[in-house]
Design a binder for this molecule. Structure first.
Ligand SMILES: Nc1ncnc2c1ncn2[C@@H]1O[C@H](COP(=O)(O)OP(=O)(O)OP(=O)(O)O)[C@@H](O)[C@H]1O
Length: 268
């Protein structure tokens, strides 16, 4: 497993197959995930071939992050925290709400203050850790339904789990003070990377292949441009994935990319 942290400026790391997800989290994702508590947006991606462990790793990273966010909240009784959770899937450049049984594709709107907004996306205010686990189960069930209908969508779609954390100092609550911090962390399970290269290599014009390509290629371009510190046009608007994640990729946002690698001969 290989981790690249573009904006945190920590060294890249390679983890061998014996490493636990906890170790990957501690050394590669923790700082990025917990920056949400300081009001800094962040994204953690899992990228790699189908069955190389993206979903497994992201689930562990999400659970470790949530446990530490709740531990932080317990240690800071002087602040009031509100946690909101939403989940979406991007398949063939169509965005679907994973907390709703309605499969109608959602539209993206440009809000002058908030940037790109996913219209009508369900956002649940979390009561506690147990509530989050219930919502993760709902997402998984919604993904399974899509999978039955569309055959193997999990390896062909991008999943974004988004946690928004808002906090205010209790002593200033209701006094119009600007001590409120708000940011979100995105846990992103990308479509299988070989889907893009295989479809591109064989010159297939399948809608699905070209859409996965478009999102993954655009993400690659955006990250390369941002991490190279180059000025100029950043093509966020070229895919739904990068439009939705724009505010968590650019500016002072922090990013970690976890590349899961399969030892299978065909992937060498
Ligand atoms: N680090 C690990 N330790 C133990 N089992 C693992 C690990 N990583 C993955 N697995 C197991 O390997 C299988 C494939 O993993 P996973 O579903 O996470 O792959 P994926 O890359 O998300 O695949 P897809 O692209 O199809 O969604 C699963 O059964 C998972 O439980």
């Amino acid at each position: 497993m290989f981790i690249s942290q573009s904006t945190a400026r920590l060294p890249d790391r390679v983890f061998d197959p014996e490493c636990s997800t906890r170790q990957v989290y501690d050394e590669g994702a923790k700082e990025v995930a917990l920056s949400v508590l300081s009001g800094i947006n962040s994204s953690i991606f899992a990228y790699g071939q189908t069955s190389s462990g993206k979903t497994y790793t992201m689930l562990g990273i999400t659970e470790h992050s949530m446990a530490e966010i709740y531990a932080y909240i317990d240690q800071h009784p002087d602040r009031e925290f509100i946690l909101r959770f939403s989940a979406m899937e991007i398949y063939n450049e169509a965005v679907r709400d994973l907390l709703s049984s309605d499969t109608t594709p959602l539209r993206l709107l440009d809000d002058p203050e908030k940037g790109t907004v996913v219209e009508k996306l369900t956002e649940e205010t979390l009561r506690d850790k147990g509530h989050l686990l219930e919502l993760l189960a709902v997402c998984e069930a919604q993904r399974q339904i899509g999978e039955t209908a569309l055959n193997e969508t999990s390896s062909r779609s991008h999943q974004i789990l988004r946690l928004t954390v808002e906090s205010s100092a209790k002593q200033f609550l209701g006094k119009g003070n600007s001590s409120t911090l708000q940011a979100c962390v995105n846990f992103v399970d990308l479509a299988g990377s070989e889907r893009a290269s295989q479809t591109a290599a064989s010159g297939m014009r399948l809608k699905e292949g070209s859409h996965i390509n478009k999102s993954l290629l655009t993400l690659g371009k955006v990250i390369r441009q941002l991490s190279g510190g180059r000025n100029g046009h950043i093509p966020y608007r070229d895919s739904k994935l990068t439009r939705i994640l724009q505010s968590s990729l650019g500016g002072n946002a922090r990013t970690a990319i976890i590349c899961t690698m399969s030892p299978a001969h065909c992937h060498v």
